[in-house]
Design a binder for this molecule. Structure first.
Ligand SMILES: Cc1ncc(COP(=O)(O)O)c(C=O)c1O
Length: 435
């Protein structure tokens, strides 16, 4: 809950109190809707498919060697993708894998997370983050999020124990986690940092690409992400030891050209094939165009609602670096958020709550329906039994998630689409906060 007076003051500002203009009637109350066809856009990457992706696929077909290691490294599309991806992310090494989940699993193996080790991660993130810690035999420890929807750096230190090995910073929905205090904490306690930039491929924090600041960065290249071949993932690191461990774990027999200093590592198979590598190579070369387009649209909307911004906007630790995936505004209560969602839908500009997952007992406030009863060895230790995954660990996370909603942005929106988004927010938001 947020103080009502703060909202009233902001609503007065937004509505231009003092002017003689009457507020337009909301569509939800019988007024005219801002637009007839609901605003919504397709997945980003596939909208940019053209002859470049097609040519890459044709070359793989013509070459008849879709297995990456049947091609010399200077010819393999996967190898070229890895090199260009690492360069774009300003890191030394890149490894292509089959998904973001695979990249997280590989990262756990590289960081040597195993039985008894604890990984601190945000209570609000994607299931894969939690699942891969468990698959590695480790114990996930939830930290509260803040109003950026990412891990709250001030919530981390009280959770650190002698068993803590890794802090996982997840950059959700285009918005960088606040890395400076996280990296400082990790240095102080000699912990590793794993960055998950799956939902924010191409975004940056204070000029540094997401994924390049921690010990390892991972990315999903699945269809709903910035660039895609339908499925795919990538891992970057500046550390040759971690890179070698990652390479060996991702390929059962470790074919990747790398000096074998580490001996046998019982790896799995998360190798990318050449078709995927080719499409991702073409997509990677369009990454900055795609994020430029979505940022342009988001900035139009931010600037069109600038006088609402001080009200309660999602916290942006680096507004220049975020992608602008969604224009999220906050409300005092879950009920106000629902009224906003209903009214925006009626205007033809639907909004969504923050997207992610949280492993908790059923939480009606955020329509969370997943129930998890952990039956895994790591949960049977005394420490495991002491961990709480329900409301006790993250009441603030649930509160924040239940009070925010955003208009989702798309790189292909036209100027008129963004004007509609601005018009709807300006019409509805003040009406909701005034009550
Ligand atoms: C934050 C985050 N991490 C990891 C993943 C897993 O990626 P994938 O679906 O490619 O396995 C996702 C997927 O949505 C995600 O959002």
């Amino acid at each position: 809950m947020v103080d009502r007076r703060e909202f009233l003051a902001a609503a007065a500002l937004a509505a231009g109190v003092g002017s003689a203009q009457a507020a337009p009637q909301l569509a939800v109350n019988g007024g005219t809707a801002v637009r007839a066809k609901p605003l919504g856009g397709p997945n980003w990457g596939p909208e940019y498919y053209d002859g470049k992706e097609q040519r890459q696929l044709e070359e793989v077909l013509e070459g008849r060697n879709p297995f990456r290691f049947s091609n010399p490294p200077d010819k393999s599309k996967v190898a070229r993708f890895e090199n260009e991806f690492a360069a774009r992310m300003q890191t030394r090494y890149g490894l292509a894998v089959t998904s973001g989940t695979a990249a997280l699993h590989v990262a756990m193996a590289a960081l040597e997370v195993g039985p008894g080790d604890e990984v601190i991660l945000p209570a609000w993130t994607w299931y894969s983050c939690y699942n891969t810690v468990i698959q590695a035999g480790g114990l996930p420890v939830f930290a509260e999020i803040d109003e950026s929807f990412n891990i709250d750096p001030t919530a981390i230190e009280p959770l650190i124990t002698p068993q803590t090995k890794v802090i996982m910073a997840v950059h959700l929905q285009g918005n960088p986690a606040d890395m400076d205090p996280i990296l400082a904490l990790a240095r102080k306690h000699r912990l590793k940092v794993l960055e998950d930039a799956s939902q924010s491929v191409g975004a940056s924090y204070k000029g540094k690409p997401l994924g390049s600041m921690g010990d390892i960065g991972i990315y999903s290249l699945q269809q709903s992400k910035t660039i895609t071949a339908g499925e795919g993932g990538a891992l970057v690191t500046g550390d040759p030891y971690l890179f070698e461990r990652a390479c060996r774990f991702h390929d059962v027999v470790a074919r990747k050209d790398f000096p074998n200093k580490l001996g046998y590592i019982p790896g799995l198979n998360y190798r990318m094939n050449e078709f995927t590598g080719g499409v991702l190579l073409a997509q990677l070369r369009k990454l900055d165009t795609i994020i430029g387009d979505v940022r342009r649209n988001a900035r139009r909307v931010y600037s069109g609602i600038r006088d609402l911004e001080d009200v309660r906007q999602r916290r942006l630790p680096d507004p220049q670096g975020e992608l602008g995936t969604g224009i999220f505004l906050g409300f005092r209560t879950k009920e106000d958020r629902q009224r906003y969602a209903d009214a925006m839908k009626a205007e033809g500009v639907p909004v969504s709550g923050p997207a992610g997952s949280v492993i908790l007992p059923v939480v009606p406030e955020i329509e969370q329906k997943v129930t998890v009863t952990p039956r895994w060895p790591s949960f049977n230790s005394d420490r495991g039994k002491s961990i709480r995954y329900g409301r006790e660990c993250c009441a603030r996370t649930i509160d924040i998630l239940s009070r925010y909603a955003g208009v989702m942005m798309n790189p292909k929106y036209t100027e008129s689409d963004t004007e509609d988004a601005i018009a709807a927010v300006r019409k509805v938001y003040p009406a909701i906060v005034r009550g």
